[in-house]
Design a protein around this ligand. Structure first.
Ligand SMILES: Nc1ncnc2c1ncn2[C@@H]1O[C@H](COP(=O)(O)OP(=O)(O)O)[C@@H](O)[C@H]1O
Ligand SMILES: [Mg+2]
Length: 238
């Protein structure tokens, strides 16, 4: 479970202070699927970095599964994120000239998992995202949607309780975006993973159960989506 209280993040730019987060308080329960929306510069990525233990807030509290994150040192933050969190990014962030399989094995290599287990777990993750026929392809030999699937397999391979995705469909066309959202929905449903994703696209957000809106580093709305879009539904243009 994620609990935050009055999160602040202030960046000092010369003589000016940028308040990227200005008092965000919320709770996200284990197994929720949540979208974070807001204009560019509203603090979405900053919030994701803090939730993901990539960065610490300037002030405020962050409790993750009962542990206070705000006072953790770099080593403890790294350990916590390695155990609990998987990241997916807009630009996929895959290693070029490296096969899908090797990209997915990488987090296991860092975690010290041995050769055969590494291979088997990476194959299972690739199978889970529907790419078991593409394991030896390099990113340049895959479509955008397939590359994002590799990135999702890489995020899943350590079996994190929380999957964080910062604009995961931002570089994809609308049809592929929906396919990626359906994949997140099935991971959420079958593995009970907590999924938190940032998006600009209201249609993408409506695949989740809850929509949090940020503006100028503050939460301006936090609503349950009673009727999330399900797999196979036609796209309704706004
Ligand atoms: N490392 C940084 N140094 C200085 N300012 C930053 C840094 N990261 C983000 N900011 C500023 O904080 C604000 C929020 O940024 P960000 O969290 O990236 O917003 P979003 O993801 O919603 O576009 C912006 O004004 C941005 O310029
Ligand atoms: Mg951002």
């Amino acid at each position: 479970m994620i609990q935050t209280e009055d999160l602040m993040k202030v960046y000092q730019m010369g003589d000016t202070e940028v308040r990227a987060l200005n008092g965000a308080s919320f709770t996200i329960d284990k197994g929720e699927m949540v979208a974070i929306m807001g204009p560019s510069g509203s603090g979405k990525s900053t919030l994701m970095s803090i939730i993901g233990c990539l960065d610490a807030p300037t002030s405020g509290k962050y409790i993750l599964d009962g542990l206070s994150v705000e006072n953790m040192d770099e080593a403890k933050l790294a350990e916590t994120r390695g155990k609990k969190i998987g990241f997916v990014f807009q630009q996929f962030n895959l290693l070029a000239r490296t096969s899908a399989l090797e990209n997915v094995m990488l987090p296991l290599t860092y975690a010290g998992v041995s050769g055969k287990e590494r291979h088997d777990r990476a194959m299972k993750a690739l199978d889970r995202v529907g790419l078991s026929q593409r394991t030896h392809h390099a990113p340049s030999e895959l479509s955008g949607g397939q590359q994002q699937r590799v990135a999702i397999a890489r995020a899943l391979v350590n079996e994190p309780a929380i999957l964080l995705a910062d604009e995961p469909t931002g570089a994809l066309d609308s049809k592929t975006s929906v396919e990626i959202m359906e994949l997140f929905q099935s991971l959420h449903k079958e593995n009970g993973q907590t999924v938190i994703l940032v998006t600009h696209d209201a249609h993408v957000a409506r695949h989740t159960d809850r929509i949090i809106k940020l503006s100028d580093g503050q939460i301006i709305s936090d609503e349950v989506n009673h009727n999330p879009i399900k797999a196979g539904a036609p796209r309704v243009e706004e």
